[in-house]
Design a binder for this molecule. Structure first.
Ligand code: BGC
Length: 733
């Protein structure tokens, strides 16, 4: 995000004209509040919607009779600078009040959670990251930005780039998984996709990277929980995606709910001022998460509202999301001298800079023809991209006796209530989707012309329908069971202590296996699951995540063999609950898990990762050989021969890892440093090359200083983080 001299002058001249109240107004973000009520409290309505007492249609009808309060009076009086909303016509109307009726005519910025698409919902981030496809990361973000604008949103609360290693945390679904390198590539491409298409003001948005910072390290995987770690851990694991996003010019960042080493990230001057603004050079502004400022009191970090505001603003938090406390307390804090005017000016300058950079002063409105075009339906290219993204995100975990791919002559017995559901496929934080755009797995098979009969039987919640199950046991040549989680079992406030298949789904699988027919489990879920039993009993397992609106078509494409599975895991799968957290890039202990009792393991369960990071099969097999490592002045050059040794075409994700064998701080047993998607015909062989800058082989110490230490390194190349070829090399920097 770079401003021209003229744009900077515009910001300065506005600042000079603003009263303190107007400045504070710019630092205030509100969400639309619902007016008109329903005669029933909102929380109860939410419950009724969840437990089925209200259908989606009934909810839609209720919503038609209600209205949203866009805080028009506050906008007119310059007391509000930003709104969370996604109705383009209401946005235009409220924007008109801001740019015509407020004293300084400063446009509003509208923000929204466009995490994995707006109306075109793409796969959840955890799934998309597993495509290891940088171009795809960028392209889905570019399309999401365009659609956001059509909905009146020019500030996307995305990308969510929390490195997360504990599958119990519901929010693993929203981010790119456990690895800082992959998460950084994901972050950088998302920022480019969201922000860089400047060919038209309707094509780009301001990104809001989140949640800053270390939210993914919440203790025990429990949402909102405390985090505590050494500086080196913060710098090596949790900061890299934010560093990458800031280097691409990310326009804003959202402070996370957690405290880090005792200081809530909302009011943490070390992370906000010292690191985010000074070191990573955030060009735009920092916003709290919802109600974050008020929660500093609950944390026990601020005595009261005034104290929370003073601590937050002085720490460098520029905008208040939803606690209303900047508007209530900030003026007196400035008047008493607890907050300096220059801190306020810095915050407002940052916020105005983003508004100017977005072109809002010249183009405040969503053009009517853009709104209408999306009302008509989705552009074909967005649907095609959603299908491609979904295909590339599917991970084949097991395929005993080549059960897959299926062929069109086989009669498919499709079971599991998730299979016929066109709503669960969108996953958490899907906001603008329409049911009519969504393709269930059942519809996907039908569209593909497969011979399919559907028996819902049971799902993640509720009872088993014995009649349906009896009929299912009688039908078909092959059973495809879609099992997993509902969309609200992951995402915010959805941490789980038990991450095995919920409800009676395992029992259903057992009964299906008794038929002796081949069973394919298609998993639809928003986190890694503990699948020890399934991995032992089920012959074929496909991790299909929540793939967005084209899920059904993509699953049919892959299961019927029209498209080869090519996704890989961005997050390791544990065998059992008690193993969490598991991740491949852990430091070694002095006693790594082994046969001896006195090694780092559990005495009652396995310690090994079930499916490791980077893992995924294809309908063919790939063989790696001849790893060569060549040292040049500033970089290492690696090459390996990769051969498709099976009888089908396929796409492999070749992965480069390193290990710093001995260092002044213990380094991970493996660290991803590069990847390439390679498509090979059956029998084809190719040389795959990687180059690694020596500069990228270092790490941060406990002072946050990047160090490069001479010595022995291991270089690994392979198709996942476990099965690799290895060469050693001594490197001098
Ligand atoms: C979430 C954020 C989100 C915000 C606004 C919060 O509860 O933690 O990720 O952007 O709400 O919707």
């Amino acid at each position: 995000m770079t401003l021209t001299e003229k744009q900077k002058e515009k910001v300065d001249s506005l600042l000079k004209e603003m009263t303190l109240d107007e400045k504070i107004g710019q630092m205030n973000l509100e969400s639309t509040s619902i007016l008109g009520a329903f005669g029933i409290p909102l929380a109860e309505i939410r419950k009724m919607a969840k437990d089925g007492r209200l259908t989606r249609e009934e909810i839609e009808e209720m919503m038609d009779n209600t209205d949203c309060d866009y805080h028009e009076d506050e906008v007119r009086e310059g007391r509000l600078g930003a709104i969370i909303a996604s109705d383009p016509r209401r946005a235009n109307e409220t924007q008109r009040i801001a740019v015509e009726e407020s004293r300084l005519k400063i446009p509003l910025i509208f923000g929204y959670d466009v995490i994995h698409g707006m109306r075109t919902v793409y796969p959840i981030a955890l799934a998309e990251a597993g495509s290891f496809d940088d171009e795809l990361f960028e392209e889905t973000a570019r399309m999401a930005a365009k659609e956001s604008r059509a909905y009146g949103v020019m500030w996307d609360f995305a990308p969510m780039i929390d490195v997360a290693r504990d599958a119990r945390w519901g929010r693993v679904s929203e981010g790119p998984g456990e690895d800082p390198y992959l998460a950084s590539r994901f972050a950088e491409r998302k920022i480019r996709g969201l922000q860089n298409d400047r060919s038209d003001t309707q094509n780009y948005v301001a990104a809001c990277t989140k949640h800053y910072v270390a939210y993914g390290a919440c203790e025990g995987g429990r949402d909102y929980n405390t985090t505590s770690m050494a500086v080196s851990q913060l710098y090596n694991v949790y900061l890299p995606p934010f560093r990458a996003a800031m280097a691409e010019g990310a326009a804003s960042a959202m402070a996370s709910f957690n405290d880090l080493n005792g200081v809530p990230c909302t009011a943490n001057s070390y992370t906000l001022r010292d690191i985010l603004k000074d070191e990573l050079a955030l060009g735009g502004f920092a916003v709290s998460d919802a109600n974050g400022i008020k929660e500093c009191i609950v944390h026990g970090y601020a005595e009261d509202s005034a104290d929370a505001v003073i601590k937050s603003v002085n720490a460098g938090l520029d905008m208040d999301m939803g606690s209303h406390l900047y508007s209530k307390e900030l003026k007196s804090a400035v008047e008493s001298g607890a907050v300096s005017l220059s801190a306020i000016d810095d915050a407002v300058r940052r916020i105005l800079s983003v508004k100017v950079w977005l072109g809002l002063f010249e183009h405040p409105y969503v053009p009517e023809e853009v709104i209408e075009s999306y009302e008509k339906g989705l552009p074909a290219e967005h649907i095609a991209l959603a299908r491609k993204a979904a295909q590339e995100s599917i991970v084949l975990l097991k395929n005993e006796n080549s059960v897959l791919p299926l062929n069109r002559t086989q009669k498919i017995c499709l079971v599991g209530s998730l299979a016929g559901n066109a709503e669960e496929i969108v996953g958490s934080w899907a906001m603008g989707w329409k049911k009519r755009d969504c393709v269930s797995v059942l519809d996907g098979f039908k569209n593909a012309g497969a011979k399919v009969q559907y028996f819902p039987c049971c799902g993640p919640e509720g009872e088993m329908n014995e009649d349906e199950l009896s009929s299912a046991l009688e039908y078909g040549d092959v059973i495809v069971a879609v099992v997993g989680e509902t969309r609200d079992m992951s995402g915010e406030a959805s941490s789980k202590a038990d991450i095995t298949l919920p409800g009676r789904q395992r029992e259903m699988l057992e009964r299906l296996l008794e038929t002796g027919k081949p069973v394919v489990a298609v998993l639809m879920n928003g986190r890694p699951l503990a699948l020890k039993w399934e991995s032992e009993k089920i012959p074929a397992i496909v991790e299909a995540w929540q793939l967005g609106i084209q899920m059904g078509n993509a699953v049919a494409d892959v299961l019927l063999g029209d498209v080869a599975p090519s996704g890989r895991l961005a997050s390791s799968f544990p065998m059992v609950n008690g193993q969490c957290p598991v991740y491949y890039n852990h430091p070694n202990t002095g006693r790594p898990a082994g046969m001896s009792r006195f090694s780092s393991k559990y005495i009652d369960e396995e310690t090994f990762i079930l499916y490791p990071f980077g893992y995924g099969l294809s309908y063919t097999e790939f063989k790696y050989s001849d790893l060569c490592v060549d040292e040049k002045a500033d970089q290492l050059e690696m090459s390996v021969m990769l051969k498709n040794i099976g009888s089908a075409n396929g796409t492999e994700v070749a992965q480069l890892y390193i290990r710093d064998v001995a260092a002044s701080l213990v380094r991970p047993v493996k660290e991803l440093k590069g990847y390439k998607r390679i498509t090979l015909k059956a029998g084809e062989e190719k040389k795959v090359s990687f180059s690694l800058k020596k500069q990228d082989m270092g790490f941060y110490d406990n002072n946050g200083k990047y160090v490069l230490e001479d010595g022995l390194f291991r270089i690994f190349v392979g198709g996942n983080s476990r099965d690799t070829l290895m060469q050693e090399i001594t490197v001098e920097f």
